[in-house]
Ligand binder design. Structure first.
Ligand code: PLP
Length: 468
């Protein structure tokens, strides 16, 4: 009997070389259709995979047909995009892993228009001379927020970092212990503080911080009083914190600027939609805060960006900070922001025009009828699965509105011939991925975040996954 070692050795020696595969029957076709570097990489990857299989003692098909099939699939994979549009069937509107806010039609069109050719990004068309890139969004932001001045940078983390570094470098920043939050893993208030060169002065306790804690902490080294929105968590029970109004009054009295990191700033009043305790930006500006920072791609529903609004003299300083250049936004971001913000000038249509707001505040009936339509179309395809309409609920996501449960409707799919995990994998790994959730041994497609224009494609993909 041959030893295991020699069986492995003979299998290994049966593997063709890169050169042999390039010169094999399918080699010229691969090279005619794809760049040589990709073809060679694919061949190397497949040989390495098979070698690994042989060495680990697993079954390995080293026939030419099998290798060629593997190489072809690998070439396809290596030459296709990594960043893909996906269908979000999770029901989470601001899904950080799925790109947060969906841009409005107007924003998408404006990005294309501005980036296809040249633009007046830093050119003042009236004066015929050099202009400023932030001017395109500053006016409308001032108007919408009721603020003296405004600036957009790369994201809200950058907005906080830049503001701290400009106003409180080498000085103390007073923050309540209840607000030393971490958002999305990498934004941690103490770490951003350290990176900005400011010194964190923690006050109060996790559950209670009083105005006198702030009053006692103010000294000649104080550069800023910072309030941070707790965003993704909530302390309940025996709690107390100090309002932005009270802090602003204290700041004025002692001549210290007050900044509010709002996280998910909202430009409209959400009370008519049943959301209380989430004041609009206009209300916050009236509280007297000197600076407010928030994200562009959370509730605002725009592109990734960090918005700083507030006192003109402070924003003047912030713009002059060398770090401002390092975190400045590009023309595509500005184009998307200007279009998004313009939609807010028409309060009657903003809920319809901004996809984030539309998806969050659409009526339950709208979601239900979309879910019904999808379920009916799937049944019509005679898919081998149990299809049902179920009630579902989700969160806004992205650290926004953490306490609000959004009631929704989902299509529940219980496949007959494959496992629910297999179905989930197939949908997730296809050319147009669908991201869904498994609950009670069924796959749930939450209709809240499924875009109407994607329904046809979704039906096709789900039917195909259930058939195979
Ligand atoms: C989300 C959030 C941030 C980070 O904003 P990005 O735009 O993701 O950089 C900072 N602070 C608070 C309070 C937040 O909610």
């Amino acid at each position: 009997m041959k030893s295991r070692k020699s069986v492995k050795a003979s299998h290994l020696s049966a593997l063709p070389s890169v050169d042999e595969l390039l010169k094999g029957p399918d080699g010229s076709q691969w090279l005619a259709s794809f760049p040589r570097t990709i073809v060679v990489q694919a061949i190397r990857d497949i040989i390495a995979e098979r070698r690994q299989e042989i060495l680990s003692g697993a079954q390995s098909d080293t026939s030419y047909a099998s290798l060629s099939f593997g190489i072809h699939a690998k070439i396809q994979k290596l030459s296709s995009f990594s960043l893909l549009p996906v269908i979000n069937a999770t029901g989470i509107v601001l899904h950080t892993n799925l790109g947060r806010a969906v841009l409005s039609e107007k924003a998408v069109k404006n990005v294309i228009a501005v980036s296809r050719g040249y633009s007046n990004l830093e050119y003042d068309l009236d004066a015929g001379k050099r202009g400023k890139r932030h001017s395109h969004t500053a006016r409308i932001l001032r108007q919408l927020a009721g603020a003296e001045d405004a600036l957009i940078v790369n994201n809200n983390a950058a907005a906080v970092l830049l503001s701290l570094s400009t106003i409180a470098k080498d000085r103390e920043v007073i923050v309540s212990r209840g607000e030393l939050v971490e958002i999305g893993g990498s934004f941690r208030v103490p770490d951003v503080m350290a990176a900005s060169g400011a010194t964190l002065r923690e006050i109060g306790t996790t559950n209670k911080t009083h105005l006198y804690d702030y009053q006692k902490a103010v000294n000649e080294k104080t550069g800023l009083i910072l309030k941070v929105h707790q965003s993704n968590y909530k302390i309940t029970g025996f709690t107390e914190d100090v309002s932005i109004e009270q802090l602003s009054a204290l700041g004025k009295e002692r001549g210290i600027p007050v900044m509010y990191d709002l996280g998910s700033g909202c430009l409209i009043d959400l009370k008519p939609y049943g959301i209380h305790g989430e004041p609009s930006l206009q209300e916050i500006m009236k509280s007297g805060a000197d600076l407010v920072t928030f994200s562009g791609d959370k509730l605002l529903g725009g592109p990734q960006g960090g918005i700083i609004v507030g006192r003109q003299d402070l924003l003047e300083k912030i713009r002059k900070n060398p770090l401002a250049r390092a975190v400045r936004v590009d023309k595509m971001t500005i184009a998307a922001f200007e279009a998004t913000l313009l939609d807010y000038l028409d309060p009657d249509k903003v809920l319809q025009n901004i996809p984030v707001l539309r998806m969050l505040f659409q009526s339950r009936e709208t979601i239900k009828s979309r879910a019904k339509k999808i379920a009916a179309q799937l049944r019509r395809q005679s898919v081998s699965a149990e299809i049902a309409l179920v009630k579902d609920s989700s969160k806004a996501g992205g650290g926004s509105l953490p306490e609000t449960e959004f009631e929704s409707y989902a299509i529940s799919i219980d496949p007959r011939h494959i496992t629910v995990n297999e179905l989930e994998t197939r949908l997730r790994t296809g050319s147009r991925p669908i991201v869904a959730r498994i609950k009670d041994n069924a796959l749930l497609l939450d209709a809240r975040t499924i875009q109407d224009q994607d329904i046809k494609e979704l039906i096709r993909l789900v039917s195909a996954a259930l058939r195979a």
